[in-house]
Ligand binder design. Structure first.
Ligand code: FES
Length: 281
């Protein structure tokens, strides 16, 4: 049974989040980023979900350094992957779980390189090319608008340049910090109308199967892949990114994708778009 959380109202003023010092990171630094982040900025917001114990070597547990690990701390008895806490994520685990879902989807919180992530499985290849209908979840590749409604671009513009941004083996992974105030959105951590096992096309707020941020109730649709724009809060520099769509709540934009590759059955993340994950710096 899903754990219940008391939701908080969204603050009216998100001031104070913009740091004073300029911060840029490269790929090597990102490999250490998880340690720094978990030890500092993240700890307070992660504590609610037990992510404070995320101070782990990126390669801890089974699998190699690139492998994504399940993260079920505190929910070992309630999450479907609870018994696999800190074990490498495998596609077969998601497929098995999705088989019992009416929408044939499954999602799980994880840790990769010491940072929180969420991985979703959508039985896309089965339904791609068929008419969209409620309940038959598949990925949708769309244009994106920024928080002011201004057109940013199309997901396929980015995916054409780097096909690794496309879901791999019907799996997609996103960086797990909310674009509102940097809390950790979960996948069906909380029983409510946004996380219930239902799906509708279009990326709107109707239907369930959403990532749900317990902090102020933002929702993200993991089946809608778009191009959007965000900014580094330390430097103020803006960047376009490929991500999943924000479907509701105070979060201004969606969550960025972390491209994945499969190593046999094991899900691995690729550290190629580190700037996309700096909006909480
Ligand atoms: S941090 Fe406020 S909704 Fe996620």
């Amino acid at each position: 049974m899903a754990r219940e959380y008391e939701l908080k109202a969204a603050p009216s003023d998100a001031g104070g989040l913009i740091g004073e010092s300029a911060t840029t990171i490269n790929r090597r630094q990102f490999l250490r980023y998880g340690f720094n982040t978990a030890a500092g900025v993240l700890t307070a917001s992660l504590g609610m979900l037990g992510f404070a114990a995320i101070l782990l070597p990126p390669g801890g547990g089974s699998g190699g350094d690139l492998a994504v690990k399940f993260w079920a701390k505190g929910r070992e008895d309630s999450a479907w992957y609870g018994a696999q806490h800190l074990q490498s994520m495998t596609k077969s685990s998601f497929v098995e779980e999705a088989a019992s879902s009416s929408t044939k989807t499954a999602g799980a919180s994880g840790v990769w390189n010491g940072v929180p992530v969420v991985v979703m499985y959508v039985e896309h290849s089965k339904y791609a090319g068929t008419p969209e209908s409620n309940g038959k979840a598949r990925f949708q590749f769309t244009e994106g608008m920024d928080e002011t409604g201004k057109y940013v671009g199309h997901f396929e513009d980015l995916a054409e340049a780097d096909p690794r941004l496309m879901p791999s083996e019907d799996l997609v992974m996103v960086f797990g910090r909310c674009t509102h105030l940097c809390c950790i959105p979960g996948w069906q951590l909380v029983s409510n109308s946004f996380t219930e096992d239902s799906w509708t096309p279009g990326g709107g707020d109707d239907g369930g199967t959403k990532l749900f941020c317990i902090c102020h109730s933002s929702r993200f649709d993991p089946t809608v892949l778009e191009m959007n724009t965000n900014r580094n809060r330390s430097t103020g520099a803006t960047f376009n990114y490929a991500g999943i769509r924000r479907s509701g709540g105070p979060a201004p934009v969606g969550l960025p994708i972390i491209p994945i590759q499969m190593n046999g059955d094991v899900v691995e993340g690729l550290a190629d778009y580190v700037d996309w994950y700096t909006y909480c710096d």
